[in-house]
Design a protein around this ligand. Structure first.
Ligand code: SF4
Ligand code: SF4
Length: 227
């Protein structure tokens, strides 16, 4: 599957997700940015979409600033979500991830708004809450939304199975290099490095028994995507 096809599938998945989440009563609104932290992660496929947006919008200086302002203690995943699902399915011990909740705001934020809102990573898109997190101190998320989020994250990684997952800043740093972008576009990546982890296909979906029936229509929609 070439990069254009993968990107088109990603767009369709985002549309399906947006329609799904629209049915919930959420407190999320413009300029509500408590959830916009330096710890957001994404796949190289999403990063490539964002990189293209930076290029088209003449925002390359902004991208360099974002990479330069990466928090030194930002979350750097040790495994991807599909790898984590595999480990858990085999009753293995997933590695202990280090996440500093005080790592500060996302380096992309400008005046509490996201200049990349339309193309933001799925990890940002799926962060929703029924109550304003600024008032409660935490996000209040329907457990079914959490399950759906995992399933979408797993499928996005699946489409980008030859790519990497990493912190937003690390993925952008990787894609800043023209050589890396060429290799990625051509599907010729080597072993993951510089804070990135290798993606893999889905082998087991993280769906608790109580959501297996309810999620079927969404799974059908995802699996019916044709581009
Ligand atoms: S998840 Fe919380 S902080 Fe983020 S937009 Fe929604 S209500 Fe605001
Ligand atoms: S990329 Fe945008 S939506 Fe995501 S955390 Fe950063 S500012 Fe928020």
């Amino acid at each position: 599957m070439n990069l254009d096809t993968k990107s088109a599938i990603l767009e369709r998945m985002v549309d399906i997700y947006d329609k799904f989440v629209d049915e919930f009563d959420l407190a999320c609104d413009k300029y509500c940015a408590h959830c916009c932290t330096a710890n957001v992660t994404m796949t190289t496929l999403e990063g490539y979409r964002i990189f293209s947006h930076f290029m088209k919008s003449g925002m390359m200086d902004d991208m360099r600033t974002i990479v330069g302002n990466a928090h030194p203690d930002r979350f750097v995943p040790l495994v991807s979500i599909n790898r984590m699902a595999d480990i858990c399915a085999k009753d293995g011990d997933p590695p202990e991830e280090h996440l500093n909740p005080e790592a500060g705001p996302c380096p992309v934020l400008v005046d509490d708004a996201c200049p990349l809102y339309q193309v933001r990573p799925f990890g940002c898109r799926c962060m929703v809450s029924a109550q304003n997190c600024g008032e409660t101190g935490f996000a209040e998320m329907d457990p079914f939304i959490l399950t759906v989020n995992d399933v979408f994250l797993q499928h996005i990684e699946h489409i980008d199975a030859q790519g990497y997952t990493g912190n937003f800043a690390d993925v952008m740093k990787f894609l800043e290099s023209e050589e890396n972008r060429k290799k990625y576009s051509a599907g010729r990546l080597e072993a993951a490095s510089e804070g990135l982890v290798a993606n893999q296909p889905v082998f087991v979906l993280m769906i608790p028994p109580e959501h297996r029936e309810r999620i079927q229509p969404l799974l059908t929609q995802i699996r019916s995507i044709q581009v």
